[in-house]
Each structure stands twice: as C-alpha cells, then as structure tokens.
Design a protein around this ligand. Structure first.
Ligand code: HEC
Length: 187
C-alpha cells in the first residue's frame, strides 16, 4: 500500500469517527433534554384526575405554601447561615424599610435601605456590588451575604424560589417599572 492510499484510508476512518460522534451527539441531545421535559410533565398524571375546581384549589394551596415558607424565611435570623442576629425583616420590616442605612461589614460604606414594595418588577437590573445585571434571587442573596453574614441560598433551589415568591408578592397591586432603569427612560 502506498503512503498516499493509507493516508486516504486514515482520513476516511477519521471522518467516519468524527461523523458518528457528532451523530451520537445529536441523538443524545434530545435524550438529555428529557429530564426537563419529564419534570415539566411529572404532575400531569395527578392533575388529570382532578376537576377544574380541584385543580385550582391544588395550585392555590401549593402557591400559598411557597409564599408562607418564603414569609417564614424572611423573618429567619439564621437564614443561609446568617450570624449577625438580623433577618430580612429587621431592615425591611413588613417588606418596607426602616428608613435607615445599612453598614457593609468591614467597609466604611453605608447604603440607604430601600423598601421592597414595588421592587420585584424592577429586576433583572444592574447592581454595583455585582457590577452586572442580576435577578431578584441574586439580590436576595446579596443582602444575605452583605448584611446578614450568611452565605446565600442555593440558586434555583426551592428555598430560593420561595423567598423570591414572598418578596415578589410584596409588589402585588403596585405600579412597577419592569426591568429597572430601561423602563423608566422609556427604552
Ligand atoms: C442590614 C439591613 C438589611 C438586611 C438584613 C437585608 N437587606 Fe435587603 N437591602 C438593604 C440595603 C441597604 C439595600 C440596598 C442595596 C443595593 O441596592 O445594592 C437592600 C436592597 C434589597 C433589595 C433590592 C431593592 C431594590 O429596589 O433594588 C431586595 C430585593 C432586598 N434588599 C431583599 C432582602 C432580603 C430578601 C433580605 C433577607 C435575605 C434582605 N434584603 C436583608 C438592607 C438590608
């Protein structure tokens, strides 16, 4: 066999290997997406047996439980391992503000405490400590880390969503500027 011929055969084998790998990839991709799909559908068997009224009550009970858990966490001075004796409610009483300022530990910097009423609709928005646009869940963690000595809740965990649920509910019925500054400037 000439070198040329073996190079051609080698090339064909290589091409075949690359092609079959990418075929495997495209076959695997939808299978890997199945997890999410299953999770979005996991409840369907249960609710198919329910009447529309039962379904509404079921959803409302789930929603209420999430809100109640969020409300509890809001007043938990040990949230996320917090160790300064402060809960969210200490600075944002009833979801509002004490009207005071909060000291960032170990820094001279003080920040005025805002009310959370109407705040949820302004997220995602830019925050200086992060130097990027962040979600409400990340903001809740900012406060837990910066002002309570906690290490934050795991992102996208049930706890983080329940706290977000409660904080978001503080804006019910309020006029909000969706997405922060951009909405205010009309862009
Ligand atoms: C020691 C006081 C203090 C505590 C405790 C505290 N916060 Fe805050 N919070 C602040 C201050 C100060 C800001 C402004 C910080 C900023 O804008 O970066 C703020 C901002 C926020 C905002 C953003 C409001 C907006 O309009 O941008 C949210 C949401 C929030 N806090 C939720 C929480 C939650 C949830 C907790 C409990 C996990 C909490 N805070 C605990 C002082 C506190």
């Amino acid at each position: 066999m000439t070198h040329r011929a073996s190079a051609v055969i080698g090339g064909v084998i290589l091409l075949f290997t690359v092609t079959s790998c990418s075929m495997m990839g495209s076959m695997m991709a939808p299978m890997m997406g199945m997890g999410d799909k299953m999770s979005a559908m996991k409840n369907m068997d249960k609710v198919f047996d329910m009447s529309p009224d039962e379904m509404k009550q079921y959803a409302a009970a789930k929603e209420r439980a999430s809100w109640e858990h969020g409300k509890e966490m809001f007043s938990d001075a040990e949230l996320g391992g917090a160790k300064m004796g402060l809960s969210c409610n200490s600075c944002h009483p009833g979801g509002g503000t004490t009207g005071g300022e909060a000291q960032i530990p170990m820094r001279k910097f003080k920040m005025p405490i805002p009310t959370l009423i109407g705040a949820s609709g302004t997220f995602p928005k830019y925050k200086i400590p992060n130097d990027e646009v962040i979600t409400l869940q990340q903001m809740n963690n900012n406060c837990n880390k910066m002002f309570m000595g906690g290490s934050g809740l795991e992102m996208n965990s049930t706890d983080a969503w329940d706290l977000e649920k409660f904080v978001a509910s503080l804006s019910n019925g309020e006029e909000v500027s969706v997405g922060g500054q951009m909405a205010e400037s009309g862009n």
